[in-house]
Design a protein around this ligand. Structure first.
Ligand SMILES: NC(=O)c1ccc[n+]([C@@H]2O[C@H](COP(=O)([O-])OP(=O)(O)OC[C@H]3O[C@@H](n4cnc5c(N)ncnc54)[C@H](OP(=O)(O)O)[C@@H]3O)[C@@H](O)[C@H]2O)c1
Length: 169
């Protein structure tokens, strides 16, 4: 299993504001959709809530919450949603599913989950927006002793940003 973060963050490391994204970048959303399609996604309960009650099509959702018994969701076969009590449990749950849903499992946030999952992360797809945004949720600094940047693609519109890939050394 490869554990990969997919994240968009601003120059000042902001990833969220008031439960949502502080920007609208259609090209980044397209990248997110194409990258995660058909795969397992692990996320925090607050990030799942930001989907406003809609599971994303053709993805297996594993939602981390301290009280899974409090949560419920009518999921479908093509977009399952399960609730688990820890990141470790999320990874264990994903393991036997990778044959069907792919060996690359995506950690899609938010701030709490990215931070806690960093030590077990193999790869990072970081969309770095070259602007500062106000917000209340942050992405941790990537330790350059641990990760090395392997790819970079610069985009200029509607605001300058870069698609970066990092791999654990
Ligand atoms: N820019 C991006 O790429 C991106 C990506 C994703 C999200 N976001 C943004 O980030 C914000 C949400 O991030 P967030 O940090 O506030 O929340 P989050 O990480 O999405 O979810 C936090 C919740 O996860 C559960 N949790 C966290 N650690 C846990 C653990 N060790 N064991 C069990 N459950 C655990 C808890 O749920 P319970 O309270 O239910 O116990 C906690 O309240 C939103 O603004 C969202 O739009 C941005």
């Amino acid at each position: 299993m490869i554990l990969t973060h997919v994240v968009a963050c601003s120059q000042n490391r902001v990833i969220g504001a008031q439960g949502g994204l502080p920007w609208s970048l259609p090209e980044d959303m397209k990248f997110f959709r194409e990258t995660t399609k058909g795969h397992i996604m692990i996320m925090g309960r607050k990030t799942f809530d930001s989907f406003n009650g809609r599971a994303l099509p053709n993805r297996y959702h594993i939602v981390v919450t301290r009280d899974p018994s409090k949560q419920s969701f009518n999921s479908t076969e093509s977009s399952p949603v399960v609730f688990v009590a820890s990141i470790e449990e999320a990874v264990k749950h994903a393991e036997p599913l990778t044959a069907k849903w792919g060996d690359e499992v995506f950690i899609i946030g938010g701030g709490e989950i990215y931070k806690q999952a960093m030590p077990i992360t193999d790869k990072i797809y970081l969309t770095l927006i070259h602007r500062e945004f106000p917000g209340d949720t942050y992405y941790p600094e990537i330790d350059e002793k641990v990760f090395t940047q392997t790819e970079r693609r610069d985009i200029e519109t509607p605001i300058p940003f870069s698609f970066l890939t990092y791999l654990r050394k």
